[in-house]
Design a protein around this ligand. Structure first.
Ligand code: SF4
Length: 65
């Protein structure tokens, strides 16, 4: 599973990092720091919850990759 994030549209409310700081690292300004994440085994649920937590809907989970 992979996550893609439309980083430029991040508003920095850290909802994703509140779900999992490990999966969704933020930069020093509090915006998402990465555009693509390979979800480690066992963290799929956190990935989905993080995507749902983003009010901007810029976190997209790509299943089966
Ligand atoms: S929840 Fe969305 S808008 Fe908020 S910090 Fe994370 S990626 Fe950015």
């Amino acid at each position: 599973m992979k996550i893609r994030i439309d980083k430029a549209k991040c508003v920095g409310n850290a909802r994703c990092a509140a779900v999992s700081a490990e999966l969704f690292p933020l930069n020093d300004e509090g915006y998402i720091a990465v555009e693509e994440i390979d979800v480690p085994p066992g963290m799929e649920e956190a990935a989905l919850r993080g995507a749902r937590a983003c009010p901007e809907r810029i976190i997209v989970v790509e299943e089966g990759k």
